[in-house]
Design a protein around this ligand. Structure first.
Ligand code: FPP
Length: 246
């Protein structure tokens, strides 16, 4: 893929921490949810663009476990955006050969929202070429703890059936995470000026490149996204190894 005449290597899996919606709205004297609405539009545009650029896995942090303590008004607004997005836009995603996966605990969400998310996932095409993950009521620590508890239950079952407990490998442990079967995230972009992971894809980000920008998420357009791709492409990913000859 080419960006501004430069050949770039495109990350297979991109994650985005969509921060800054509230500040974007405040600057315009609008309610916070107007910022989230603008954020959803941006998210849709970026997903199409990422697919066109050759990204195969695209994961957005839509609602963290910590965000669940925001005001009822803000959460209701976010649930409405989720309802509307998954009613109106999901068919277009499928037409573009995209599959939906939800990362997170759906149990505390309003029943109809959880149902829509479940339907979006199970109705996804089996031959998808683009994989769109929505982290909703997601936290990396909660995901790892859930996997550990599942592993303990499996070990208990093994013991009852007289088998020795399984020794986990990176791969078999990953099978207990929400991202089962997916490649690790290569590039995490965080908009809005903060420079931290905030509990996003903790296990999967072991070798991720991190890209931070002050741009608020509703202003993070495809040109800004390309800047992140270019920056990623220029980095030297060694996975703890050294270059030959060094
Ligand atoms: C962080 O900005 C953003 C969020 C907590 C929510 C992001 C969610 C969306 C963009 C919409 C999700 C909807 C769908 C359909 C998946 P902030 O509110 O913390 O911004 P601030 O730091 O400027 O206050």
């Amino acid at each position: 893929m080419d960006i501004s005449g430069e050949q770039v290597k495109v990350p297979r899996h991109v994650g985005i921490i969509m921060d800054g919606n509230g500040r974007w709205a405040r600057k315009r004297l609008l309610p916070r949810n107007a910022g989230h609405r603008a954020g959803v539009q941006r998210m849709e545009e970026l997903a199409v663009h990422a697919q066109e650029m050759g990204v195969e896995y695209f994961t957005v942090y839509a609602l963290s476990t910590e965000n669940m303590s925001r005001s009822k008004e803000e959460l209701d607004g976010l649930y409405n955006l989720i309802r509307s997005y998954f009613s109106k836009s999901v068919d277009e995603l499928y037409r573009r050969h995209a599959a939906v996966r939800i990362l997170g605990d759906m149990a505390p969400l309003p029943g109809d929202v959880a149902e829509k998310l479940y339907e979006a996932e199970v109705n996804s095409p089996g031959d998808a070429t683009f994989h769109f993950q929505f982290a909703i009521n997601y936290g990396g620590r909660a995901e790892i703890l859930r996997a550990v508890n599942d592993a303990a239950l499996l070990a208990h079952r093994d013991a009852l059936e007289g088998r020795p407990p399984a020794r986990y490998t990176d791969e078999s442990f990953h099978d207990l995470l929400y991202t089962k079967g997916m490649p690790d995230v290569d590039l995490i972009i965080r908009t809005g000026g903060e420079e931290r992971l905030s509990n996003f894809l903790l296990y999967q980000a072991a070798y991720a490149e991190l890209y931070f920008t002050d741009v608020l998420f509703p202003d993070f357009d495809t040109g800004e996204f390309d800047k992140a791709l270019l920056d990623f492409s220029r980095r030297d990913r060694r996975y703890g190894k050294i270059r030959p000859g060094e």
